[in-house]
Design a protein around this ligand. Structure first.
Ligand code: NCD
Ligand code: ZN
Length: 371
């Protein structure tokens, strides 16, 4: 193992061309992505397929993807859309990894069917009412305890949106309270359960993963590595920086960046790119979700560069995820050029509306080399 790591380390150094500051890494994966469905999916899919070999596709459609059969049909729709939009051999090879949406009614038999399939890689826990399309989410975890016990036996990961939904808990404390009141008791009941705490936003989330066993991992988004909660309120209210879990204070951002760049093998990349039409975000009650797939790896390169840790990007983006999920690492590489470009103000989307990507009209400092 050590030999492999050393070999990878040296291969990586060879790949960093410090004179031109170009960066070549093993093709990354996105371990948390919202692809939506129909025309919306068609509009955003290529942004991911150009950059990432695989993505864990979230099941929060309306109605949610609650069965292996629905996941299979959704996967077929993604592959059909991909055949329409893919413009390179690599984009055509993009592999969507499917998930099921946990509800109070999930059965152990459905878990067995999921584990037996070769395309369902996790089950998503949304506490009811926590975020976009989560009204079918779990109201009380004890109601699905038998299904979760089966997941622990079969090694099927539980992917967790880690926020309590109680109105009496401050929105900025919801992740920390969830860890103490839901996640730790869950792991006491099921110590072998494989858990990914998704889109970690707090130092407490980082500590939970660090202190957990080999069965506990966490994903980090680029926007939580790059921004703190001031971004939502700079000079006025900025809905395109509003996502859930919401951006937190600077001290939390620093803890996330430290975790991502530390080389710890149980932290990996999950964009949580979550497209919403402009008018549904710029509204009196705007939706949660930031669209980041248009710069899905480039924004991470910026964050890692800021931390002086570009040499850790490959492990975080391309190696730790497949290793934890027990999947092969991607063959092939991508190259990022140290070259600034300006993000479009809007992208075409659905319902005669547009999508406002993160950093719209502003610069991103790394550019994906087209191949
Ligand atoms: C996600 C969405 O829009 O589907 N929104 C978000 O703010 N991240 C749902 C989610 O993952 O919370
Ligand atoms: Zn999400």
């Amino acid at each position: 193992m050590l030999d492999t790591l050393l070999a990878l380390g040296s291969a990586f150094r060879d790949n960093v061309d410090m004179s031109s500051q170009n960066l070549t890494i093993v093709r990354p994966d996105d371990w948390h992505l919202h692809l939506r469905d129909g025309d919306a999916m068609q509009a955003v899919l290529l942004d991911t397929a150009r950059r990432f070999g695989r993505a864990i596709v979230m099941p929060n459609l309306r109605p949610p993807v609650t069965t292996v059969e629905l996941a299979s049909a959704y996967r077929a729709r993604i592959l059909a859309a991909l055949a329409n939009v893919a413009d390179t051999v690599q984009a055509k090879r993009f592999d969507p990894l499917m998930t099921l949406y946990l509800t109070d009614n999930m059965t152990p038999a459905e878990i067995e069917a999921a584990a037996a399939s070769d395309f369902v890689h996790g089950v998503k826990l949304y506490p009811a009412g926590a975020t976009t399309n989560s009204d079918s989410g779990v109201t009380d975890l004890m109601r699905c305890d038998a299904a979760i016990a089966r997941m622990a036996e079969l090694g099927l990961p539980l992917l967790v949106h880690g926020e309590v939904t109680n109105a009496d808990v401050d929105v900025f404390d919801r992740e920390a309270v969830f860890i103490d009141s839901v996640l730790l008791p869950l792991l006491t009941r099921h110590p072998d359960l494989r858990v990914v705490l998704e889109h970690i936003t707090t130092a407490q989330g980082v500590a939970f993963v660090r202190e957990g066993g080999a069965n506990v991992a966490g994903t980090l988004t680029a926007h939580h590595l790059l921004y703190n909660r001031n971004a939502i309120f700079t000079g006025g209210i900025r809905p395109h920086y509003y996502c859930l879990p919401v951006l937190k204070r600077e001290q939390h951002r620093e803890a996330l960046l430290e975790a991502a760049t530390s080389g710890h093998r149980r932290f990996f990349l999950g964009t949580d790119s979550a497209p919403h039409a402009r008018l549904t975000k710029e509204a009196s009650c705007g939706c949660a979700g930031c669209y980041t797939s248009h710069a899905g790896i480039e924004l991470y390169a910026e964050a890692f560069e800021q931390a002086g840790a570009l040499d850790q990007l490959e492990a975080f983006a391309s190696l730790n995820g497949p290793d934890w999920y027990g999947l092969p690492r991607n063959d092939g590489t991508i190259t990022l050029l140290k070259q600034s470009w300006t993000v479009a103000d809007t992208m075409s989307y659905v319902n005669n509306d547009v999508l406002v990507p993160l950093r719209a009209g502003e610069q991103v400092k790394w550019l994906l080399k087209q191949n």
